[in-house]
Design a protein around this ligand. Structure first.
Ligand SMILES: [Zn+2]
Length: 243
């Protein structure tokens, strides 16, 4: 449970700092730290669950990190720099100047909806939030979806022309490619039965439910089904992991 650990670690540090602050208690130097400090300790204790909740607060994907936006505006280098600074450099992308460590060296093994997956350690708490939302909200007909195969970190780039797949940073997840195709990708994808016309929109080209897509999007993930690629299996975290 890295997220829970981090939260309790953070509050411990905060408490320690408070105790060490030279000005702490300066307003009442002669009074024994009784009722007031007890109250403060109680408030700090109460603040803990609030922090956990905040970690899963709604978050939007940053527009400049969205593929169709940076391709249109020519801001691919800015998007790459942001990712390298936050997650580390990736092999062959010339990003070593922006980060000391590689993204791959920060990979973490975890699970999502009971399935094993390897992602960047900073994305683990984000996936936890998505899973929590799905388990709470996506039950019943038309909302439920049961994944069978998922993928995260990848070590070979699938893009050309300077783009770097978010799988290389460990911030993307693919869910059941055979049930959620990428109709705009290279062959053989377009020949998938869901890409063969008849669909009114991209939501009809995937078995993922709107509830699942909404759950990811609430927590800073972008669904690549919205992109020209119509890559419906693919979600990528485009929020700020350090916020
Ligand atoms: Zn993908």
């Amino acid at each position: 449970m890295p997220s829970a650990l981090r939260v309790s670690g953070a509050s411990l540090v905060a408490c320690a700092l408070l105790a060490l602050l030279p000005g702490a208690g300066r307003a009442e130097p002669h009074r024994a730290p009784t009722a007031r400090s007890a109250k403060r300790a109680e408030a700090a204790h109460r603040a803990k669950p609030k922090k956990v909740k905040k970690a899963c607060a709604r978050e939007k994907a940053k527009p400049f990190l969205v593929r169709q936006n940076y391709l249109k505006s020519g801001q691919l280098p800015k998007a790459l720099r942001f990712r390298a600074e936050r997650y580390g450099w990736v092999e062959g992308a010339g990003l070593e100047g922006f980060a000391e460590h590689s993204a791959l060296s920060q990979a973490a093994q975890t699970t999502f909806m009971g399935l094993p997956i390897r992602v960047h350690k900073k994305v683990v708490p984000k996936l936890r939030c998505v899973e929590r939302t799905i388990r709470k909200s996506c039950n019943g007909k038309g909302k439920r979806y049961v994944p069978k195969a998922i993928g995260g970190f990848r070590e070979a780039n699938t893009y050309r022309q300077g783009e770097v797949s978010n799988h290389m940073f460990g911030i993307a997840i693919d869910i059941d490619p055979d049930r959620n195709p990428c109709c705009g990708c290279v062959d053989p994808w377009p020949s998938h039965r869901y890409c063969q016309g008849g669909a009114k929109n991209v939501f009809e080209k995937t078995e993922l439910t709107r509830c699942w897509i909404d759950a990811f999007e609430q927590h800073g993930f972008y669904w690549l089904g919205r992109d020209q690629l119509e890559d419906t299996m693919h979600f990528e975290y485009l929020g700020d992991p350090d916020r």
